[in-house]
Every structure is written in C-alpha cells, then in structure tokens.
Design a protein around this ligand. Sequence first.
Ligand code: SF4
Length: 448
Amino acid sequence: MRYIEAKAGNVTIGHGHHIVVQTMCNTHTSDIEATVSQCRRMYEAGAEMIRLTVPGMKEVEALRAVRDRLRAEDIDIPLVADVHFSSDIAIAAAEIVDKVRINPGNFHRDHEQAKAQFSRLVDVCRRCGAAIRIGLNHGSLGDRITNLYGNTPDAMKEAAMEWLNMCVDNDFYNVVVSLKASNTIVMVEAYRLLDEAMRQKGIVFPVHLGVTEAGNGDAGRMKSAVGISALLSEGIGDTVRVSLTEDPVNEISVARHIADRYDGRKHSSMVSLSLEGRKASAEYHSPTREVLVTDFACDFGKRLLDREIDEVELRGVYIDGDKAVTLDGSDEAAYLCDELMQAARRRFYRPEYIACPGCGRTMYNLESTFNEVKRRTAHLKGMVIAVMGCIVNGPGEMADADWGYVGEGGNKVTIYKGKSPVLRHVPENEAIDRLLELIEGRAAVSGE
Ligand code: SF4
C-alpha cells in the first residue's frame, strides 16, 4: 500500500502526521485589512491552515497582498485558495498560495476539456510547490457524474477516484481529497467508500474531513463532530474543518478538540457509560459546555449512525464560568439528546437546517439572517430549510432542502422550492415573510 503525504507550505498532511486543523475566512478576500485581521485571529486561535475564497482575478491579487502582510508579521500559516469555476483563476492562484482547492463538479462540462485544464493546473502546482485539494461536495457533483451514478455517496466516491486517477496519470501526488455533505449519513458513507476504493487501488491519498453547511450553535457542532469523529475513529481523515455559520474563529476550538482526541492527546470527558439493551446512558464531567457537546457527539455519533444503539441518556456536570451545571434529568440534557439524535439523523424533532458557513462570496449578514429564519420556522418539524450565502454556489450546495433562502447580492434574495427558484429579487427585509407565506401555502408558488 502506498500512503501519500501532501505538503502545503510548512504543514504535512497525511499518513503518520498529526491531524491538521483548518478553517476558512468569511471576509471578502479583496478587503485586505479585514482578511489579514481575521487570518491573524485564526492563527492566534490555533488554526494550522487558512482558506480564502477566490472568485476572480481581483481576489488573486488580493491573495498576494494578504500573504505578504501575514509573512511580514511572521505568520507563516499555509494559505489555500478556494476556486470553483475557473481553471485560469486556479492556475493564477497556485503561483501565490500553498494549496488550491478545486471543485471538480464545477470544472469544464466536457470531461476531456476538464482533463486538459487540470493538467495545466498540475503543471503550475508542480512548478510552484502548491498542493491541490480535490474538493467534491454532495449537491455539486456535476451532471455527467449524477447521470451515471445518481446523487449518491457512490457517485461522490466515483467522482473522487476519477480525479485522483487523473493525478496519478499526471504523476502528481501533492494532493488531498474531500467528499463533504451536510447529511452525516451521506458524508460518512461517501468517505468510507472512498477509503475502500483507494485501498483497492493500492494508493491512499490524504483525506480532508468536514460536514458542509452544518449550521451553527449546538447543532452545527454536533453534526460536525458526529461525521468527523465517526471517520477519525476508523483511521480515515488527516485534516479537518468544522464549518459553522458563525465567526470562523469559533470553529477552531471544536476542530482542535476533535483532532486532539483522535491524535491521542486528549480523552473524552465521559466518566461512566452503561448500556441497557440498545440504550446508552453516559455521565460527563466536562470543563466547558462546548467540550460536553463535542464529546457527547463524538462518543455516540458513530454508534447512532451505525445503528448500534437507538437511544442515549445524558447525565453529569459541566462548568459554566464559575458554576457547575448539573444535567441529571434536566431539560438541557433532554434537548442535547434530541440534538444528537437529529445530528445522526435518527430522529427529527425540529426542522433540519442547511446553512453555509459564508465566505468571501456571501451577499448579506448570513449569521443573523440564519438565526431569524430558525426562529421563525421552528414549528416546521421535519422540513429541510437551507440558508445560503450566494447564488453562485448556494443552489447547487443545498442538496435535498425543501426550501432555500439564497442571497443574490444587492440586498435581494431568491427563494427556492427544492431545486427551482420560485421567487426572485425579493428585497432582503421582506424575504423571510415571503418564505413563510410560500411554505405555509398563503402565497402561490409560480408554475403551480
Ligand atoms: S454557498 Fe456560502 S460558503 Fe459556499 S460559496 Fe456561497 S457564500 Fe461561500
């Protein structure tokens, strides 16, 4: 078996190396002051790699300025360019950053042309020493792959293997691969299939793990911890990103805790566990609420996903400031059990939300809008509602949402029903009302 290591700047990712914690800026990359300041905060919080969105050539130039400013401050953290639609932009960015993330689903629709574009990118990365992430997402696999395999974990694996084979054909191995989904079952299944396929082929590339569009708060942390920990516990995964619709600096403590657990540097704060039939009862003594939430999801996510157990009970204490909060029999313990069951997709007690973390393409205040959408739709149990930052990638990444709220730019929003836009150019200050009217049938959906 050949195990590949990828190098991005001063960080090595892959077999035998520690799990690398990374995050992504949500500033406009061309706002150099804001981007440098956010990178600095991420670095100080312990991020080991930072991704920046690069929608156009203007942002390629901004990347250079951000890199130079950070290096002048002795912040030598590897920078990653996130490029979706243009191989020319990816090629230009590769001259500047340590790694380029591409989304194969957004490369040329003609596969032969996509291969030619990719070979050009590989040549530049080889010359400049930049790594490539083959970053596939459920929901944006591209028509060719979904026509062949459906929109399934198997399709994600097939697409990834096709692009990894292109790397091998180009004799280029400075590569990391990811297969993200917001549905934890799909995400775990896709990565397991990929791991199996790489082993069958005899060459294992480093794997970047993440649950995409996980949302925020407890739900976002739990969804991420369920998916990422299930795979890390099986030895799958070399670098992680916890995507939250919050200040991205908040992602780092969660990702670091998960990485440290599976690198053997930390233990769970669970102090006792009993199993009665298919019900687990666990007691925690946790130093913070976030550690409790993360450990609980790590300890039981895989068992719930794999249907080894059907129910969980949470007891114990966590520390909040200078007081100890007791969980035994509390509403908070019951709520956290409900959240975990939903994160593992075993029981849906409220609507399911898909919300992107936001990036330099975000067109509005995503965090506050998402919280308001959650507040106004909390009664719609079982419905899947997406809140996405941009019209460029948002619709493709909403996966199986029933309804979508997607920023257009210019203070306007498009509302989607499933994959179809049903109301365009809605002023932002009316958009949640319009969404509710459509969902509740008080307004007609165009075309119906
Ligand atoms: S959907 Fe969200 S995270 Fe993805 S590119 Fe658009 S704004 Fe950025």
